[in-house]
Design a protein around this ligand. Sequence first.
Ligand code: BGP
Length: 479
Amino acid sequence: MQASLPETFLWGGAVAAHQLEGGWDQGGKGPSVVDVLTGGAHGVLRRITDGVQPGEYYPNHQAIDFYHHYKEDVALLAEMGFKCFRTSIAWTRIFPRGDEAEPNEAGLKFYDDLFDELLKYGIEPVITLSHFEMPYHLAKTGEGWLKREVVDHFVRFAQVVIRRYQHKVRYWMTFNEINNQMNTDSDLFGWVCSGVRFSQQADARQAMYQAVHHQFVASAQVVRFAHELNPDLQVGCMCAFTPFYPYSCHPDDIMLAQQAMRDRYFFTDVMVRGAYPSYALRDWARRGFDIEMAEEDAAILAAGKVDYIGFSYYMSSTVQAGEAKSIAGSQDGSSPYSVANPHIRSSDWGWSIDPVGLRYALASLYERYQVPLFIVENGFGAVDKPAEDGRVHDDYRIDYLRAHIQEMIKAVTLDGVDLMGYTPWGCIDLVSFTTGEYKKRYGFIYVDRHDDGSGTGARSRKDSFHWYQQVIASNGQQL
Ligand code: BGP
């Protein structure tokens, strides 16, 4: 068993185009599903508006203006010693409406320049093709991925960018947190994952599986295309992995936790194994769901198995058999049976802090699938206040990350997990996805931008910046 992380380990950080780029209508970019999401607030989810409306506040339109500041920002990432940088390509920079025949050259050029800048410092780009960035034009009816033709639009987009960047980008992922849309109680997740408004569907759950089926088919086609184009390319899936623990040793709690885990495994089961699992097919039959599939779909899924599993880990959830509650609007990975875990405390946003759960997640996923894993999001959202010396002393963030990295190293060195890398979320402060706030910060780099519109946009190094620099330099030995 190896004693430490491999020398090739991809240390870095993660962001998504829409949460940091800004420039939402520049360089020919069209509006995406997040461009019509208003700002939310602590505990209040964001609203979807009917197109971009005057007088509404849309935090993603400006974000931290990475679109114009990427050179300065990449230099800071390089100073931390990043080996890789995970971001997404905004689909609407390349195909502003989503259904054009030809791509927008100005959008393609932006990512060429960004990738060149990263590669100049030896930073490997890790690219998500769709991180909640579907073109608004394809989603405005509220049906989005329910429409089969979206498969072709997405595959065309993916083929254009994979062909263009194949010598600059080796690691790809298809859909960010594809499983978030399992939460059909809220319109927010269906909207950003699939452009579907669940509240307008007769049976939200059936609609969700239909939209997801189309995404599975699209993802598999993209994997196959990439492999045929260039065997060096690796394409992964990306799921939010929040493990469920049983509240007690009561057999009903154990069984409930096992059943709840199927909502986690369903997506990886299909994308890693290339076929629908028997428990899902039974469940659909029992509920009378009729998911439309084309004749060739089974063969497409089987031929497009992903190379690795990318996943986000923020927290665990604990379930107890009993009365189900509604969980509308929850992004904390909970189930209707979730209860507080007395052994685990939570962040200001109610997300449980459970480093051991990361080792549990890694070991569980690896034992089930035996494919390489990549932790592509993990982190601590907190309110950062610069101290009198003007600096952010974020020891709470360092504590969170240190504890998670320790468990991650155990998973590799003790459990034998094949782990490609670790990219903490929001390595530079950006717009929070669920709340639309700047206030919920994750970064090693502070950005002077605030929810009331104030701030210079200036970047500065938090204490965690220097700490992470030393973690990377020592390959995880100095924590
Ligand atoms: C994940 C998303 C990210 C990100 C993160 C943190 O679900 O992939 O886009 O934002 O969660 O969530 P939040 O910003 O709501 O704290």
